[in-house]
Write a protein that binds this ligand. Structure first.
Ligand code: HEC
Length: 259
């Protein structure tokens, strides 16, 4: 008879459960589409990146898109941004720090101007996936057939203008033979579907980082408790392991006099 087996049996279930809970929360968010030109996995633990992402979001996106389930005050405390600094630099509406992030544009105007109301983006990374949002922001291209002269590879006929053109510059769809000859790869193993026709203020690598910061911030906004929950999961695991150690010592103590 192996005296250690009851302990292992006793702890196998809670340990498996704890591991399961940890990996499940990551797995749910990892689902992505196969046909996207780029892939990206958000990092919601990178505080400086989230801070930059919040800044970019407020400056370039909040004019049209609301985040109706996210409050300025929560961003301030989660991202460790002093409230006054947030008020001075990130709030473009004259509301209260406890307000949710409203779009600066009245909803009817959005439809008039774009034929399409800019959707609320609080849950966007969960609805579409992080890969999708990242790809979307990298996939605006010049298309003279469209009313605003711009189209999007992952959302054909998108009515959103390429608001980050100053950063990214302009690109066109790459022709097939170009891809074969030059084999432009972006490091993820995909052939890049675009050719740059005008440089932006950022290099391609810097633009990727810029968009990455935005997606990180949006992923945080979609699930502000995710970081807390994962930290709790790790604490629970550590606790279980420590307990397992004590249980083992106790077992040795009990069996010592019997042998
Ligand atoms: C000038 C207004 C405007 C600005 C600024 C703007 N958007 Fe949009 N956005 C739109 C409109 C309009 C749509 C709807 C496009 C459609 O469905 O045709 C849209 C759609 C989107 C979508 C796709 C939604 C979906 O699931 O179909 C995402 C993601 C998005 N915007 C992200 C952003 C981000 C990130 C920024 C800031 C970098 C931004 N937008 C800035 C107007 C804007």
């Amino acid at each position: 008879m192996k005296p250690s087996s009851p302990i292992i049996k006793k702890w196998a279930a809670p340990l498996a459960l704890a591991f399961g809970a940890l990996t499940a929360s990551a797995g749910v968010l990892a689902a992505g589409g196969g046909a996207l030109p780029y892939s990206y996995e958000a990092d919601v633990d990178n505080l400086p990146s989230l801070q930059r992402g919040a800044k970019y979001y407020m400056a370039y996106c909040s004019g049209c898109h609301s985040m109706q389930f996210m409050r300025y005050s929560r961003i301030a405390s989660d991202l460790e941004i002093p409230e006054q600094m947030l008020r001075d630099n990130l709030m473009f509406t004259d509301g209260n720090i406890g307000d949710t992030i409203a779009s600066a544009m009245p909803a009817e105007k959005g439809e008039d101007w774009f034929g399409q109301r800019p959707p609320d983006l609080t849950l966007e990374t969960r609805a579409r996936g992080e890969d999708w949002v990242y790809s979307y922001l990298k996939s605006f291209y010049v298309d003279p057939e469209r009313p605003m002269g711009v189209n999007n590879l992952v959302l054909a006929g998108a009515s959103m203008p390429h608001v980050l053109w100053e950063q990214q510059g302009w690109q066109v769809l790459a022709s097939e033979d170009h891809d074969e000859k030059e084999g432009g790869h972006d490091g993820h193993g995909h052939a890049d579907p675009f050719d740059s026709v005008r440089k932006g203020a950022l290099s391609p690598a810097e633009y990727d980082k810029f968009v990455g910061d935005l997606v990180n911030f949006m992923a945080y906004a979609a699930e502000p408790g995710r970081t807390d929950r994962q930290a709790l999961g790790v604490k629970v695991l550590v606790y279980l392991f420590v307990l397992l150690g004590f249980a083992y010592l106790l077992k040795k103590e009990y069996w010592r006099d019997i042998h």
